[in-house]
Design a protein around this ligand. Structure first.
Ligand code: SF4
Length: 426
């Protein structure tokens, strides 16, 4: 009988990677104009929608990072960047699509949004609140490192409407943090969390990483235990995917590494929902059921429309994905004109909109049988195999991931991706 970490030969570590082989095709330059018109001059088909703002600057560049960012050492460039971001928001805000339904979350990611003057973020929020419909309980999150968040910055963010902070802690362990280039110690982490809470932002999420250099199982258990000793309401848990070894590490092949990874994942997946009031939101996101909601992260992992602004930001509307240039200067030069920006548009057959509900099983933990019945003929054999392998069970009129299914969630997504590819291409 196979061990749980042997069910697949390799482990895919991120849902984004699993979705990458969907048959999106590049939209030609001559069709862009017509496409943008069709997207934005019609009412929203999907009222589940969120906004992402990319801030591609960091005070220091971490050796393991895969995100689109550069060092914050050019104030003029940063200032020009925010001017263009606001121009881009203004250019789209009056469109029928934007105005036709409220957005339920705004997420400032990066980079490190707090590595720049937070008055830039304040200006963006003022513009969003003025010109874009946001739901009355709109979740507004800002990502930050510990060292970039000062009391002054915090106060500006709180007054501008920020109600959730996402902190890139990665580990509480001094040695592990050092190997990641992080200088703040665990006391400083606790103090920062306390001051966020005192300032009135009570939804505080942290990121933790496993598979790090110098990390062992004891330090991992210590990291997980540190959550309940602090005023933390949510935690995202990821396996490290480093930038220079991305090709090799995005999939894990060696059996002993898979066993280790399984042990680390399972410890987090079992312990975090045991914290008082907490539950499992997705296969990587846990939090307090009332105070630790992660609206943006959950919507992003499912099928919400995503209006994304900024250099390197990727959005999706209906059956269209778009990616803006990761070159900050090129982005600034385009002056925020969505029609002429160097944006790559990718389209997929409209039938995908129906098929994508299957990802709820691998990315949101379960799929109601009533939502599955229309998809059954396409995925029946895959689901039968997953049930046979103990990765999925039927419970409470839904297909539900088992603990082992949660470990292999991205591999399960990849099976669905491959099948969708076959359906749409043939
Ligand atoms: S991990 Fe965060 S702080 Fe470090 S370089 Fe990447 S985006 Fe910047």
């Amino acid at each position: 009988m196979k061990k749980p970490w042997e069910i697949f030969d390799t482990r895919i570590r991120s849902a984004n990677m699993a979705r990458r082989s969907l048959p999106f095709i590049k939209v030609g330059d001559d069709e862009k104009q017509q496409l943008i018109g069709a997207l934005f001059q019609n009412e929203a088909q999907n009222t589940d929608r969120v906004i992402y703002i990319h801030i591609p600057f960091c005070s220091n560049i971490c050796p393991f990072c895969i995100y689109s960012k550069q060092k914050t050492n050019d104030n003029e460039l940063i200032s020009n960047y925010f001017t263009v971001l606001i121009q881009q928001i203004k250019a789209l805000s009056s469109s029928i699509w934007v105005q036709s339904a409220p957005f339920k979350a705004v997420y400032f990611g990066g980079g490190t949004p707090t590595s720049v003057s937070v008055h830039h973020l304040e200006a963006i929020l003022n513009e969003l609140e003025k010109s874009i419909p946001l739901s009355t309980d709109c979740e507004i999150t800002v990502e930050s490192t510990i060292t970039d968040l000062t009391p002054e910055k915090l106060s500006v963010l709180k007054n501008a409407g920020v109600n959730r902070m996402s902190l890139g802690v990665q580990s509480f362990d001094k040695q592990t943090r050092k190997s990641l280039g992080r200088i703040a110690g665990s006391d400083e982490i606790s103090e920062t969390i306390e001051s966020i809470h005192k300032d009135g932002i009570s939804n505080i999420c942290i990121d933790l990483l496993y598979n790090l250099k110098d990390q062992n199982f004891a330090t991992w258990k210590h990291d997980l235990a540190a959550i309940s000793k602090n005023l933390i309401t949510g935690c995202s848990v990821y396996s490290l995917i480093s930038t220079h070894t991305r090709a090799q590490t995005s999939e894990v092949r060696e059996p002993e590494l898979l066993e280790k990874e399984y042990k680390f994942f399972t410890e987090a997946d079992e312990r975090l929902p045991e914290i008082d009031g907490w539950e499992r939101f997705t296969t990587v996101q846990y939090g307090h059921r009332k105070n630790g909601k992660a609206t943006y992260v959950s919507a992003h992992g499912q099928n919400a429309d995503l209006l994304a602004f900024g250099s390197g930001a990727g959005g999706r509307i209906n059956n269209i994905n778009y990616i803006q240039t990761g070159n900050v200067e090129e982005y600034i030069n385009a002056q925020g004109d969505f029609m002429n920006d160097p944006i790559l548009f990718l389209s997929i057959d409209e039938k995908y909109l129906k098929l994508r509900a299957i990802f709820s099983l691998s990315e949101a933990l379960s799929l109601k049988l009533t939502d599955y019945q229309d998809l059954e003929s396409y995925f029946e054999d895959i689901i039968a195999q997953l049930i046979n392998d103990g990765l999925v069970i039927i419970r409470d009129k839904a297909l539900v991931l088992t603990p082992n299914g949660r470990f292999w969630a991205a591999n399960i997504s990849a099976l669905f991706t491959q099948r969708i590819r076959e359906i749409l291409i043939n």
